[in-house]
Each structure stands twice: as structure tokens, then as C-alpha cells.
Ligand binder design. Sequence first.
Ligand SMILES: Nc1ncnc2c1ncn2[C@@H]1O[C@H](COP(=O)(O)OP(=O)(O)OP(=O)(O)O)[C@@H](O)[C@H]1O
Ligand SMILES: [Mg+2]
Ligand SMILES: [Mg+2]
Length: 495
Amino acid sequence: MTAQAVQQEDLAVVIGLEVHVQLETDTKIFCGCSTDVADADPNTHTCPVCLGLPGALPVLNEAAVESAVKVGKAIDADIPEETTFHRKNYFYPDLPKGFQITQYDAPVCRDGELDVEVDGERRTVGIQRAHLEEDPGSLQHEGGSIDRADYTLVNYNRAGVPLMEIVTDPDFRGAEEVRAFLAKLEEVLEYLGVFDSQRDGSLRIDANLSVVPADEVGEDGEISDEALEDANRTEVKNISSHKGAEKALSYEATRQKNSVKRGREIEQETRHWDEGRGVTVSMRSKEEEKDYRYFREADLPPLQVSDWKQKLDIPELPDARRERFRDEYGLSEEAASKLTSTKQVADFYEDVAGEYDPDLAATWVADNLLGELNYRDMAITDVEGRLDEFMRLIELVADDEITTKNAEEVVLREMLDEGEDPETVIDREGLGKADEGAVEGAVEEAIEENPDAVEDYHAGEGGALNFLVGQVMQKTGGSADPGSVNQLLRERLDE
Ligand SMILES: Nc1ncnc2c1ncn2[C@@H]1O[C@H](COP(=O)(O)OP(=O)(O)OP(=O)(O)O)[C@@H](O)[C@H]1O
Ligand SMILES: [Mg+2]
Ligand SMILES: [Mg+2]
């Protein structure tokens, strides 16, 4: 293909990702330093091992390997008999040892896959490999972005934090697919309990992008290996969010298409996503594997992991759980989706559905609780310690001790805004359902006090009954059930 001959619309975009996720462990991957570095002063969570001082020896953190094996099970990957560690050598100030301990030819996971839904269609994204490695330190560029800074500060608190690098096949054909994949990946990792999407810097993405002639793409989105080999790709680094990925990839796709249109060759290079300016800038020509001089990390013996796969259990994953919720509880697709959005929500739903009617449970958890939490920019994890209080509120509704309306509009909201338990709100606001005698008394009173409305009712005026219901509700401080008030009134008036 000569570049000049190709029009922009004749090009298809090909994307493959290298996603680095931080595994949730208490200590770093090769030393005992705490990983809780969010509010720590620079270089306070360090030791001779993660600072790479001569003579210090790494010791592998078992919890990090367990997490990696769980991820492997979740993405249906091959887990080898034996996994090994390598040194990846490069010279950069974020790397105190001058090499990163990572995995090379025997990663802990190979040949996995993850199903995603894009525009209602199910797609399978291949995962080439997923391996363990240590995070480098972080660099803080002072006085402008990386390419313009006056000087750079270095903080090794992150050095040695356990990462898993998940490398996909070049299976994405657009930025939206990437976004769907990242959302799904995070969902699965959080279900496994190995990842926290709220943690700063817990997800970092290198995105590889190339353009190929559109007629190389088959109907099912397949592209031949030759076409992929032929295409020069750029690797965009420094992407740290789903939105960032979408923006960076849209930018890079347009840049490459325009370049080809103008007859320029795409260089195989590493580019940097400048979030502030919304552009990708050239950093360096792409390293090749030989540049890294990979060799075995002699300080870490090979690790036998094959039987860990049997030993470690993983929870039911979101797709399976969604399907089961539909079958077992008769939920709509939408409700099942909402109720499996996180493991905590799904667990709470099942607790409630086990005690009460599954539909009532669905309304209360999906619509009321999640709705009110969402409105306050909160998640279920923010009220984790109070789920028994919400359960008690639902019980009060189920037992008819309080009206649905009061429970929803007063008690639940006060519970969230004031941090009170349901009984306290109900007592303070006098919301306990009025007993039958009190409601009957209020009905009598309303009829006596409003002869005109009674007359209108007998004359067939529809509004009159509603007016009387309103009077009774007022007299009972909203604690009566409007439906039964309506019925009581009609019985009395029609006598
Ligand atoms: N033609 C292509 N267009 C876009 N992406 C591609 C293409 N060919 C391969 N890729 C993607 O490039 C990525 C290669 O990642 P991998 O980690 O194996 O190598 P690397 O980027 O050379 O190494 P490093 O880890 O040092 O960055 C994969 O996500 C793969 O899907
Ligand atoms: Mg890589
Ligand atoms: Mg790469």
C-alpha cells in the first residue's frame, strides 16, 4: 500500500492494551514496607530492598502471587507448572536498581480472555499474558509537563508495590471498546477482592495503536497476523483513567490517520499522553526487547504454582451472578445488572432477598438505597458497617410498621444525611404506623368536620374522596397507609 493512495475513511484502527493494576496487599512485593502510601511523606515507605541498595535481597510476597492466580482463574488463563522472574534492565531515575523485577517467558498467566459487551453485543478480548512485577518509583516533574520541566523530584514510596501487567491481544477496533473492557476488567478485579479502583494510581495503561487498511478487517473484526505485523504501532504511555484512555486513543487514531493521509510513515515509537493539553507527544523510538537485556532474577527461585489453582477459590463472577439473579429471583436485565454492579451490592441484595420478597428487596436495594447513595456521590462501601440498619428499615416496611413512602422519603434520607439508625428517625419524626383505632378515629373526625366534602362524594365528585384521604393523612401525621385510609373512608361513606 502506498500511503498516498489511502484515504482516511479507508483505515481501520487497531488497539492492544498493557494494563497495569495494583494488587491490594498490605506490604510490597519483595519487602515488608507498607503499601499504604497515599498520604505519606515522600521516601518514608522505603527500605534497602525497595531502594535497591547493594546486597539487599528480595523475598516474594505470597499474597501477591495468590492474587495473580485468582486473576488467572477469573480470565480463564493457563497457569504454568512453574513461574519465574526476570530482570528488565533500563536506566531511568524511577528505577533505583537499574532494573525492574518482572516476568518474561514464564508469566503466571497466559492465554486468557474476558467477555465484554459493546453496544449490546458480546465480544471476547484475548489476553496474551498477565504477569507480576514491581512498580517503579514516581517522578514529579516541577515547572511544567514531562517535556518542559525545570527539574524532577523522585519518590520511592511506590517502588516495589505489586503490579499485575495484563497484556491484551490487539482486539480492539475503537476507543469505546477499550472503555467497555476497562470497566469490565475493574469489575472483575474488584469482585476478586484484589484491586481497589478508588485508590490513586491503581490503574495505569499503555495503549498500542496502529492503523491498517480497512479491507484487511474481516466481517467478524478479525485481522490477519501479517497485516498486524506490517503496521507500525505507537505505544501511548501515562494513561491513568478510562476517560483518559478514550481521549488519548481518539486523539492518536486521528493523528495517525491524518499522517497517513498526508503521505507520512507512522514511526514505531513511544508517545506520552499529556492529559492537560489533550495531546500525545513523541518521547522516544520504541525500545526493542533486546534493549532490555532480560535475564533470570537469580535472587528469586522458580515458583511452583500449578496446584495453587486448585487451592484458591474465587467468588462467583459478575456475568454468572447476573444470569443467576435473573433466573433465581426473576429480576429484569436492568435490575440484575444494577444489583451485581459490585460484589458488596450483590451480597447485600442476596441477604435481603433471603429474608423478604425478592422484588421488594430489588426495589429497596437497587432503586432506593443505590439511588439515594448515588445522589449523594456515595457507594455501598461508604455504608458498609451499617448494612444491618438498612436491613432493619426494610424489615419495618415488610412488617407494615411504617409506610413505604415515609421509609423512602424520610427515614432512608435521614439515615444517610444524619448518620442515624432507622428507629431513632422513626421515633423522632413520629412515623410509626398509626394503629387501626387511631386511623378509624381520624376517619370519623374527617367525616364530621367536612360535611361539604361528604355531600360532594355522594354527588359523585371524584376529588372529594382524595380531599378526605388528605385530611386523614394530616391527622395521623402521614403515618397511616393511604390505600387503607381510602378503603376505610369508602366503607364508612357507602354505609
Ligand atoms: N498492530 C498492532 N496495533 C496495535 N496494537 C498492537 C499491534 N500489534 C500488537 N499490539 C499490542 O501491543 C502490545 C504489546 O505489548 P507487550 O508488552 O507484549 O510488548 P511491548 O510493548 O513491546 O513491551 P513493553 O512491555 O516493554 O512495553 C499488546 O497489547 C498487543 O496487543
Ligand atoms: Mg508490556
Ligand atoms: Mg509496551
